[in-house]
Design a protein around this ligand. Structure first.
Ligand code: ASP
Ligand code: MG
Length: 467
């Protein structure tokens, strides 16, 4: 089979893990599959690059040297643990060292000018993947399998110049990726591609947005018409509920892209929504595979899943630690621009809105926000809105959780919401806000954090998801 594998930062966080990943690659290569492997930066590296870029932008000239030294050490240690062959280890180290040298020069340059442009920032934050890919290439070669590392740009991913979250130009990308990758596959070389990174048509480096390596896997898979994309995780697959919460939770065997996307938005951060959207469009099946148990089938995500009668709900997910912000004022009634303004203010602050609900009297808008951004969001909204006559108050409530009930089978079936809320009433769980997307794939609502576990368990039982 022609397959794309994706390994995230957690699965390559040190040399031993890289070796384990290389072992999985060798195994499926030896079974006769053609493999492209998309890899993220080692865990934590992208975050540290984001910080390093910001420091440089503030003219901190001491930081780059120390920072890059630590990065070099971490990767050298990983090479030593992952690669036994001396020549391969040496060559890998050279590549990593020269890329780190380049990174140090760029950071110092930015620190001297004291200005970080979006373009230089993208160049800097993409380095993690440019280090992990040669490392994995070396580890695979060390097991006697031909491998070749390419950056996203070298693989042929072409984007617009929206730095920080660039959009791929699909037609050129498909053409280039096929040209660059297929000949290597034909000579049985495993192609290792740096996730997250790409370039504009002029060759300027871009990134696909945080968590974008999954998206890289979709783009490559769609371009080379892979049969499936396998996303390797340290979980068994997609689950009917958080296994830490619900003992009887089960692995989901098949699920549709639309359902998986709802799960991705609601805390089960298994695959990036952009990746799923792209895979859905190109009808490219995704499979979530377990690193601990490579023989298990995992969860398959496909375009169409036949809904069995009575099988209305697929999974119950929860996101803990959300704050609820309510913007209220009678003068908001019939002023549609306000909702747009509220969302724009939060977008400008880079704050993720997890859920929105508006009462039909339009007197208030309620937004669920991750706890760590709650007070920033409240401040920004107060600053921007309290002067306007429309808004009377921006209030905040902490210590909440979102529960989402997801399933394509709910569409057009009356009574699911009644069952959900009836179950909550029976358990004595109070509901603070409710939202249902018009896609009818999910019903989500907000409860006190201390009620979340009870709520998830009760719903999991009520919809018989463990059976
Ligand atoms: N390394 C990038 C990030 O941390 C991309 C990814 O991991 O998918 O956002
Ligand atoms: Mg990720």
């Amino acid at each position: 089979m022609r397959l794309v594998f994706k390994f995230g930062g957690v699965s390559v966080s040190d040399g031993e893990k890289v070796r384990k990943v290389a072992g999985i690659v060798k195994r499926f290569h030896d079974e006769g599959n053609s493999l492209v492997v998309v890899v993220s930066a080692m865990q934590g590296v992208t975050n540290s690059l984001v910080d390093a870029a910001a420091h440089a932008g503030r003219s901190k000239k001491d930081h780059p040297r120390k920072f890059v030294d630590e990065l070099v050490q971490r990767h050298m240690k990983a090479v030593d643990a992952a690669i036994q062959d001396k020549a391969i280890a040496e060559r890998t180290k050279e590549t990593i060292l020269s890329r780190c040298q380049e990174l140090r020069d760029i950071l110092l340059g930015v620190a001297h000018i004291g200005e970080l442009t979006p373009r230089s920032r993208d160049y800097i934050i993409g380095f993690g993947e440019k280090l992990s890919a040669p490392l994995l290439q070396g580890a695979i070669e060390d097991m006697g399998v031909k491998a070749r590392a390419l950056t996203g740009a070298e693989a042929g991913i072409v984007t617009d110049d929206h730095f920080g979250s660039a959009q791929p130009l699909m037609n050129v990308t498909t053409m280039h990726v096929r040209q660059n990758v297929e000949p290597l596959l034909e000579e049985e070389t495993v192609v290792v591609i740096s996730g997250f990174t790409a370039a504009t048509q002029e060759g300027v480096q871009t990134t696909l947005g945080r968590g974008g390596s999954d998206f890289t896997a979709s783009l490559i898979g769609a371009s080379i018409r892979a049969e499936e994309v396998w996303v390797w995780k340290d979980v068994d697959g997609l689950m009917t509920a958080n296994p830490k919460f619900v003992k009887g939770s089960k692995m989901i065997e098949t699920i549709s892209f639309a359902e998986a996307m709802e799960l991705a938005h609601f805390g089960a951060e298994v695959i990036h929504p952009k990746a799923l959207e792209c895979a859905g469009k190109f009808q490219l099946p995704f499979r979530v595979k377990s690193l601990a148990d490579p023989d298990s089938q995992g969860s398959l995500i496909v375009s169409e899943v036949k809904v069995k009668a009575g099988d209305v709900v697929k999974a119950i997910t929860n996101i803990d630690d959300v704050d609820l912000i309510t913007v209220s004022g009678a003068a908001m009634v019939g002023t549609p621009r306000l909702a747009a303004k509220v969302l724009q203010i939060l977008t400008d602050e880079d704050i993720d809105v997890l859920m929105i609900s508006q009462s039909s009297s339009e007197e208030s808008i309620t937004l669920a926000i991750p706890k760590e951004h709650g007070s920033t969001a409240q401040n920004a909204l107060e600053l921007a809105l309290l002067g306007s006559k429309q808004v009377r108050e921006v209030s905040i409530e902490a210590g909440l959780s979102i529960i989402a009930v997801v399933g394509a089978g709910m569409k057009g079936i009356p009574g699911v919401a009644a069952r959900v809320f009836g179950t909550m009433a029976q358990e004595g769980v109070n509901i603070r806000a409710i939202a249902q997307g018009s896609s009818e794939l999910n019903i989500s609502f907000i409860v006190k954090k201390q009620d979340a576990r009870k709520a998830v368990e009760a719903l999991h039982g009520h919809f018989r998801l463990g059976e």
